[in-house]
Design a protein around this ligand. Structure first.
Ligand code: ATP
Length: 297
């Protein structure tokens, strides 16, 4: 019996000329929390759809706990919270939890699901009368009510404000702490950094990095030189010594560099800038370095 939670082998899926998933190999051990991190269009949603058996791969195989996705779902081992889940009009939080519990062979107690999702005092409220954060937690409650060994969440933090997001992630953490396997997709670096014990970075349908968050931060190495643009030219920053990538956000430039001293010295000649800072490259810099198209490194 293969106890590996997820095993993707040589997975590909095209849509016309687009290679949405372009040769993904991925193995996930039970009990881990894994982030599928990537920019828009990286292939996260397609990978999740393939993994859940919602769409067939062009090539490659998917096994969940040693079985096909359909068998694993039927055996009640998999729960999913997808971006476009719809519930019956007028249903209460308790209704959807009971619905999910009825579908699974070994469901969690309703009271436990409500507590895990932080919805104990909202149990009898209609879904359409919940706040955005509560409604997201109700979808999470539905996904985990059956007590699935593997919980798959497609961009669970989307559309939540900071406070709601914290409550929501605390709920996911409680579920993961019980030894369940959690796979979630995100394009928020801080979510991957904070909540996953392993980050699989996707770009262009491929895995471009696969490591614990702390290791990813050092993988790209280098440092970040940041400054506010004054009157100097914006062009040519990528040609400064050591620079690997350039990002401009609301007038502040961030350069990822292999040689911060040389970059700063070159910057200082001929450019006006304010608010210079030099920091160790974070996960964000690793992400930019690892996902930059060929030739932009
Ligand atoms: N049904 C489809 N028909 C055509 N192209 C598709 C289809 N689904 C996905 N794609 C394309 O495949 C690529 C990967 O899309 P996918 O939705 O998997 O990415 P993603 O990483 O989930 O992006 P996002 O963060 O925006 O949700 C994109 O270029 C997308 O336009």
């Amino acid at each position: 019996m293969d106890d590996t939670a997820v095993r993707l082998t040589g997975l590909t899926r095209r849509f016309g000329p687009v290679r949405a998933v372009d040769g993904i190999d991925l193995t996930i051990a039970p009990g881990s929390t894994v982030a599928l991190l990537g920019p828009n269009g990286a292939g996260k949603t397609t990978t999740i759809a393939l993994l859940l058996g919602l769409t067939p791969p062009d090539t490659g195989t998917v096994t969940l706990f040693g079985r096909s996705p359909v068998e694993a779902v039927r055996a009640g081992r998999v729960g999913a919270m997808l971006q476009d889940a719809g519930f019956p009009a007028g249903a209460t939080v308790r209704d959807v939890i009971e619905l999910a519990r009825a579908l699974y062979p070994r469901p969690l107690d309703t009271a436990r699901v409500l507590a895990l999702a932080g919805l104990t005092d909202r149990a009898d409220r209609r879904l359409d009368r919940l706040s955005g954060g509560e409604s997201q937690r109700a979808r999470f409650a539905f996904a985990m009510a059956g007590g699935p060994d593997l919980l798959v969440l497609d961009e669970p933090g989307a559309a939540l404000d900071v406070a709601a997001r914290q409550v929501f992630w605390a709920a996911i953490r409680r579920y993961a702490a019980d030894g369940h396997t959690v796979l979630f997709s995100t394009h928020h670096l801080h979510e991957a950094d904070e909540y996953a014990d392993r980050v699989v970075m996707l770009a262009g349908g491929r895995v471009v990095a696969d490591a614990p968050p702390a290791r990813l931060r050092t993988l790209a190495g280098g440092r970040t030189v940041a400054f506010d643009l004054a009157d100097g030219p914006v062009t040519g920053l990528d040609l400064l010594p050591g620079v690997r990538s350039v990002r401009v956000d609301a007038g502040r430039v961030s350069l990822t560099t292999d040689d911060a001293d040389a970059t700063v010295l070159a910057l200082a000649t001929g450019r006006g800038f304010r608010g210079l800072s030099v920091t160790d490259a974070g996960l964000e810099a690793a992400f930019l370095a690892l996902t930059a198209p060929e030739g932009e490194h």
